[in-house]
Design a protein around this ligand. Structure first.
Ligand SMILES: *[C@@H]1O[C@H](CO)[C@@H](O)[C@H](O)[C@H]1NC(C)=O
Ligand SMILES: *[C@@H]1O[C@H](CO)[C@@H](O)[C@H](O)[C@H]1NC(C)=O
Ligand SMILES: *[C@@H]1O[C@H](CO)[C@@H](O)[C@H](O)[C@H]1NC(C)=O
Ligand SMILES: *[C@@H]1O[C@H](CO)[C@@H](O)[C@H](O)[C@H]1NC(C)=O
Length: 278
C-alpha cells in the first residue's frame, strides 16, 4: 500500500501544480499582488534571483514560474557574459565588471523606497554579498542557495578552500561539466549544456568586498545535502564563519542545483522566508 501511495503522491502533486498553472493563466488579474495588514496594503515582496557559474536568468525558469504563480514579482538577471547578455566573456577581467548588471539594477531599476529579497545560487553568492554591502537599505533579506557566503569575499586561502568548488572532487564547472547534478532531471542537464556560456573563471577568486554594509542585512542559508560541487562541509564552514540566525539555516535533500532538482521544495522555502517579512 505504501508503495502505491508513494507512486501516487508525486503524480497528484504534479496534477495540482498543472491545475494551479491553468488557474493562473485564466485569471491572472486575480493574482494576489499585495498583502493587507492592519488595514494597510503592502506590495508583495519582489524576488531578485542571481545565477551562478555558467548559468543565466534562464537557470531560474522553474522557480520563477512557481513564485509568479504565488503572486510574487520576480526579476531574474543575466550577469555580464551570461545568458543572453551579448558580452564576450574573454573581455571580462574583473569581478566588478562581471557583477555590473546586478549593481546597475539596484541603481537604475528600483524606486527609492523599494526593497527586494535577493537570492543567489552557487557563485551568485559572491554577487549578492557584493550587492548587500552596497545596497543594504534596499534588501529585506538575502538568501544563499548552495552559495558562496564570505563576508569579504576571498581574503585568505581558507576562504578559497571553503568557497570555491573543489576541482579534484568534480567541482570545476568551467568546462560546462554538469555531471555532478546527479539528482536533476536529465532534460535540465541537457538544457544547461545547451545554454551555458563560457565563464570568465579568473574573476571569481578576485572577489573582495570592503566595509560592513552586509552586516545590516538578514541572511538565510539553504544548504544542499547531497551537493558534489560546493560540498556540505564547505557550506558548513562558511556558515560557521559568518553565521546567519540559527533559525535561518535550512537544508534541502538535493544536489547542487535544487533550481532543477527540487523546485517545489526550494520555492516553498523562498515563500516561507517571504511570508516571515510580509
Ligand atoms: C531595468 O530597466 C531598464 C530600463 O527600463 C530595462 O530595459 C531593463 O530590462 C530593466 N532590467 C531588469 C533586470 O529588470
Ligand atoms: C579537494 O578535495 C580533496 C579530496 O577530498 C582534498 O584532499 C583536497 O585537499 C581538496 N582541495 C582543496 C583545495 O580543498
Ligand atoms: C577547470 O577546467 C578548465 C577547462 O578544463 C581548466 O582550464 C581550468 O584550469 C580548471 N580550473 C581548475 C581550478 O581546476
Ligand atoms: C565530466 O566529468 C565526468 C566525471 O568526472 C567525466 O567522466 C566526463 O568526461 C566529464 N565530461 C566533460 C564533458 O568534461
Amino acid at each position: 500500500m505504501s508503495r502505491g501511495v508513494a507512486l501516487i503522491l508525486p503524480l497528484l502533486a504534479f496534477l495540482v501544480f498543472l491545475l494551479s498553472l491553468v488557474g493562473a493563466t485564466d485569471d491572472s488579474e486575480k493574482r494576489v499582488m499585495s498583502v493587507e495588514r492592519m488595514g494597510k496594503t503592502y506590495p508583495k515582496p519582489h524576488f531578485v534571483l542571481v545565477h551562478g557559474y555558467t548559468g543565466g536568468a534562464w537557470s531560474w525558469y522553474k522557480i520563477r514560474c512557481l513564485l509568479e504563480t504565488y503572486g510574487y514579482k520576480v526579476t531574474c538577471l543575466d550577469l555580464k557574459g551570461a545568458g543572453i547578455d551579448n558580452t564576450d566573456s574573454t573581455t571580462i577581467h574583473t569581478f566588478d565588471a562581471y557583477n555590473q548588471p546586478l549593481i546597475n539594477f539596484f541603481v537604475n531599476n528600483l524606486s527609492d523606497n523599494e526593497k527586494v529579497i535577493l537570492v543567489g545560487h552557487s557563485a551568485g553568492g559572491l554577487s549578492v554579498t557584493d550587492a548587500s554591502h552596497k545596497f543594504s537599505k534596499k534588501i529585506q533579506v538575502v538568501i544563499y542557495v548552495a552559495a558562496t557566503m564570505l563576508k569579504h569575499g576571498f581574503v585568505t586561502e581558507l576562504d578559497k578552500r571553503d568557497g570555491i568548488p573543489n576541482s579534484t572532487t568534480g567541482g570545476n564547472k568551467s568546462d560546462g561539466n554538469m555531471s555532478r547534478l546527479h539528482m536533476s532531471p536529465q532534460e535540465d542537464v541537457v538544457l544547461a549544456s545547451m545554454l551555458s556560456r563560457p565563464v570568465p573563471f579568473e574573476v571569481f577568486p578576485q572577489a573582495r568586498f570592503r566595509g560592513d554594509g552586509a552586516e545590516h542585512v538578514r541572511r538565510v542559508y539553504i544548504k544542499t545535502k547531497y551537493d558534489q560541487i560546493l560540498k556540505p562541509e564547505q557550506q558548513d564552514a562558511m556558515i560557521k564563519k559568518w553565521p546567519p540566525a540559527p533559525s535561518d539555516v535550512y537544508v534541502l535533500d538535493t544536489d547542487h542545483n535544487p533550481l532543477f532538482s527540487d523546485p517545489f521544495a526550494l520555492s516553498g522555502l523562498l515563500v516561507k522566508v517571504a511570508t516571515s517579512i510580509e
